[in-house]
Design a protein around this ligand. Structure first.
Ligand code: ATP
Length: 938
């Protein structure tokens, strides 16, 4: 952190050059108490130009990137040691201590080795999981709008430097400490800094010197959130030199690796360890009391049993499966902010989606303009400002007074600019709806620089309009008919037609005169345009009064407007969203459109996309007139909700949840945050979403596309499936080994596996096979299943049956093979090596059965899709071949070389396990409840 004392407090501005950047936070340490012009002067910034690219680069060099230092991380060694802090490991260490007391040093060493290898695997996998999450965190890095070389651009918030002019909108997280130079209705929530959750109103007036942070109303502080209004300001501090940097609080980040599921599994581990301890005591009692087995042998067997029964690899397995899963999801544009969302995603039953940009392309083009008594067609596609405006096939221009006023309004109440890229393609800096209107103005050669804006009321989804007080340019051509008053100052309003009609009392005629408003005729025009799926925007105006030049409020717009006309804008549906909706329906998920747009437009698009079920749209007004009880039925029956405000989303989420639905809700604006928080899965838009919304969401869509939600649901189902498969696979591994030891001791037989051999099986399967499930692809038809019951445990009763049966089966096969060879007179070493290999091979075959948990596994699509599984099987085979044939391993593990005939026995056992499990699955999973909502399959 640089302290003011280390840097000069005044600046010789004459000496400044881009190479020696003038911006120095120390000079503006009391920016809040200075006039903003003075701050700009000291920083040598021209607010209309912002910094030059060179000055920005030099400032970046000098002040460093705008980020806070990473929180201190534990040293790698400490993180490694933490893996020993687990009840399961304590039990293992206890078993190790036991063997040490018995002076069975080989056992002790191998147990310790297992513990260390397990910690190492856990440590490495955790590192990998964290790197995966780190990558996701970086994808969420916020951006900021800065003015560089005279134009506004969006940059990574880390690249914001002192002296930058920044622009702030509702829902933005302030990227740095900013001295405000221009504000409109600005309120900022500063709880991150002051603990005060009521937003504080901000202006450009200097605050008193020495004022407390919360009273510095001329400043916007880094990390705080805009709840309403807009602002421009100059950056006076970045990174550690911000107020938040001084108190060094980290802003909210992606969660850690812990989720309800991992906690549930950790709890399960504890219960299991307790069970193992109880059984161990029973085992010793039984062996000693009933069979009179010597205590040393019993204690050794007990140690082997504990090691066999404990799935020590489980925590690492769950973490890595989850983390790799969310990484795959992020690659497919669904960024998970909370790992726990993975669990919920798989059980989503209703997706409520915005329309504009999510279901539609958000590439808008004005197509038709309707003024009083006249309709104009607009040609051209995209934002390219080239095309014609025609009436009955005749080209028209701005000499038409009505059209001219219409274009003046649409172009001046507009914050968006058309940008021509290097390739010559046109795009926009700002909002697509406004881009379409700018393009329309461009087609008529309207010069919007000639007008000047005095005050602005920004657009909000609540008000559904934008207004500005502006002085109009003089028309270049004399209008036909009666001229309009020229160069005068007017309040110009553009917005949703119904809102503007409600505020209008007159309308503008083609000749530029005003007459009484014919609302019926306008409503017919609006309905006709929206029935074609066009987005309709209206323009209206009134003469400005004195106070309008100072500020504009929504009430101040008044109800005496002159209505000018409406424009129909096309916003084509996304084809991939149409496909995704079909997939969702097949998956038993309802899709609902909740939009701020007109009911007609919404219904037309919903119909084209397969969302509307014929019940039609419910409007925001109807929602308001419905009580919570009735809303539940309404919310279930209808699929289109139009002219809604963000508050309606919250009520809809509640109503749907009351009906037992698991709801995913999308949002982008600041007011959507409560609904997103309330939803089971809040989904924020990555491109047009505000920081506030992203903060409230579980999932952020990097491409704002509905089909990505469907992908996320599918991935959520896949990850959850794989976690379940990993459990259903791993637990019988331990179950079988424990059963073998338990039976042998209980019946006083020779142990089919020495404790060391049990450890071997445990170790090699834990480092190989179990991880195959992190890479397992989705099962076919995963999106034709009904959503999962969110309350159901990950391992359901029928899975428990499978785990128990398979444990007993593998144990039985192992014991039978061992006793058969012993009875046949084989050496103990040979019979034990065989038994160990049977266990391992049975697990390999079982792995392939679990790959399709509830379906038939012996299909190419199940057997060959996961390369990692085969690599793991290869690695395991190598290890096991070493176990059988390497002399030095013979000495360690008391093993012996096996004949090829024995290998056939092991393969036969594996096949038997596979066949029996497949049959078992037929019994367990037959007659599963069909999906009631699924569309008929072709
Ligand atoms: P969705 O909620 O699905 O994103 P939407 O974009 O139509 O749909 P809002 O952004 O709340 O929802 O817009 C509501 C209405 O406000 C629009 O139908 C349009 O008539 C009007 N509108 C949208 N953008 C602007 C704007 N920049 N200026 C003025 N009016 C606008």
């Amino acid at each position: 952190m640089s302290s003011p004392a280390q840097t000069p407090s005044t600046l010789d501005t004459s000496a400044a050059s881009p190479a020696d950047p003038p911006a120095n936070p120390a000079d503006v340490a009391t920016a809040y108490a200075l006039e903003h012009q003075e701050v700009l002067r000291r920083l040598e910034v021209d607010p209309a130009q912002g910094l030059s690219a060179e000055a920005a680069a030099a400032n970046l060099e000098r002040h460093g990137p705008n980020r806070l230092p990473e929180p201190d991380k534990d040293h790698a060694f400490i993180r490694f040691i933490k893996h020993f802090n687990d009840v399961l490991i304590y039990v293992l260490l206890g078993a190790g201590a036991l063997t040490a007391v018995l002076q069975h040093w080989a056992d002790t060493i191998v147990i310790l080795l297992v513990v260390v290898i397990n910690a190492l695997v856990g440590f490495l996998q955790e590192g990998r999981a964290e790197r995966a999450l780190e990558g996701i965190r970086n994808m969420l890095s916020p951006s900021a709008d800065v003015r560089r070389d005279g134009s506004w651009t969006t940059v990574d918030a880390e690249l914001v430097v002192p002296g930058d002019m920044v622009r702030l909108r509702p829902g933005d997280k302030v990227p740095a400490d900013v001295r405000l130079t221009d504000t409109a209705d600005l309120a900022i929530e500063e709880s991150a800094l002051t603990g005060e959750s009521v937003p504080s109103e901000k202006t450009t007036e200097p605050s008193e010197e020495g004022a407390a942070l919360g009273d510095r109303t001329s400043m916007a502080f880094s990390g705080t959130m805009l709840t309403s209004g807009t602002a421009t300001g100059v950056v006076v501090g970045t990174g550690e030199d911000t107020e938040i940097g001084r108190i060094n609080t980290m802003m909210s980040e992606v969660e850690t690796l812990e989720t309800p599921l991992t906690r549930q599994i950790a709890r399960f581990g504890k219960v299991l360890s307790l069970g193992v301890l109880v059984l161990t005591v029973l085992l010793i009692g039984l062996g000693w009391g009933v069979h009179g087995t010597p205590m040393t042998a019993l204690l050794q067997a007990a140690a082997g049993f504990a090691v066999a029964a404990i799935p020590e690899g489980l925590p690492a397995l769950i973490t890595i499966t989850l983390a790799l899963g969310v990484q795959t999801m992020a690659k497919r544009n669904a960024i998970t902010r909370k790992l726990s969302a993975v669990q919920t995603l798989g059980s989503v039953t209703t997706i409520c989606s915005d329309k504009t940009g999510t279901l539609t392309k958000n590439e808008m083009t004005a197509e038709r303009v309707v003024l009083a008594g006249e309709t104009f067609e607009v040609s051209g596609t995209g934002y390219l400002p080239e095309g014609e405006v025609t009436r009955d096939g005749e080209r028209v221009d701005l000499a038409h007074p009505g059209l001219r006023r219409f274009v003046e309004i649409m172009s001046l109440t507009n914050d968006t600019e058309l940008v021509r890229g290097e390739s010559g393609a046109w795009s926009i800096a700002g909002e697509p709806t406004e881009g379409a209107l700018k393009s329309l103005a461009g087609k008529l050669d309207f010069d919007d620089d000639a007008g000047s804006r005095l005050t602005t009321l920004p657009f909000s989804s609540q008000n559904k309009l934008m207004a500005t007080t502006a002085t109009l340019p003089e028309p270049e051509a004399a209008p036909e008919g009666q001229p309009l008053p020229e160069g005068e100052t007017l309040v110009l309003v553009k917005g949703a037609p119904d809102r503007l009609l409600a505020r209008a009392s007159t309308q503008l005629t083609a000749q530029g005169q005003t007459e009484a408003l014919d609302a019926t005729a306008w409503n017919e025009h609006i309905d006709a345009l929206s029935a074609d799926g066009l987005r309709v925007l209206a323009a209206a105006y009134r003469p400005a009064q004195g106070s309008d030049r100072e500020s504009l409020t929504v009430e101040g717009v008044g109800e005496e407007l002159t209505f000018v006309g409406v424009v129909g804008i096309v916003d084509p549906p996304r084809q991939e969203a149409i496909d995704a909706i079909k997939v969702c329906h097949d998956a038993g998920i309802q899709v609902k459109m909740i939009t701020g747009d007109h009911a007609g437009t919404a219904t037309a698009i919903a119909r084209a996309m397969g969302i509307d079920n014929g019940e039609g749209a419910i409007s925001g007004t109807q929602l308001e007139a419905t009580d919570d009880e009735d809303l539940r039925a309404l919310a279930m029956r209808h699929h289109v909700f139009a002219r809604t405000s963000p508050e309606h989303k919250l009520r809809l989420v509640r109503a749907l949840q009351a009906e037992g639905e698991v709801v995913a809700m999308t949002g982008d604006g600041v007011n959507d945050a409560p609904a997103l928080r309330r939803a089971d899965v809040g989904v924020a838009m990555g491109l047009k979403g505000t920081e506030v919304t992203k903060d409230a969401a579980e999932v952020v869509l990097a491409d704002d596309n509905f089909s990505t939600i469907e992908t996320a649901v599918e991935e959520g189902r896949r990850i959850y499936d794989n976690l379940r498969k990993a459990l259903v696979f791993l637990l019988p591994t331990n179950g079988a080994q424990a059963t073998v030891v338990l039976f042998a001791v209980a019946f006083g037989w020779t142990l089919p596996l020495t404790p060391l051999q049990v450890l071997w099986v445990n170790m090699v399967t834990a480092v190989t096979l179990a991880f195959a499930f992190a890479f397992e692809p989705a099962e076919e038809g995963i999106m034709r299943r009904r959503p999962r019951d969110p309350k159901a445990a990950i391992v359901e009763a029928r899975h428990v049956v499978q785990i128990v049966v398979v444990s007993l089966l593998i144990a039985a096969v192992t014991i039978i093979v061992f006793r058969w060879r012993m009875d046949a007179g084989d050496d103990l070493e040979v019979a034990r090596t065989l038994a160990t290999t049977v266990l391992v091979v049975c697990q390999v075959f079982y792995l392939f059965s679990v790959k399709s948990l509830e379906g038939f596994s012996l299909r190419p699509s199940v057997l060959f899709k996961n390369k990692v599984a085969w690599m793991m099987v290869g690695a395991l085979t190598l290890l096991q071949v070493g176990f059988i044939y390497l002399p030095w391993l013979h000495t360690v593990f008391d093993t012996a070389v096996l004949d090829p005939f024995y290998l056939l026995i092991t393969l036969g056992s594996g096949v038997l396990v596979l066949v029996v499990t497949e049959l078992l699955k037929l019994v367990l999973y037959a007659g599963r409840v069909p999906n009631p909502r699924a569309a008929p399959r072709s």
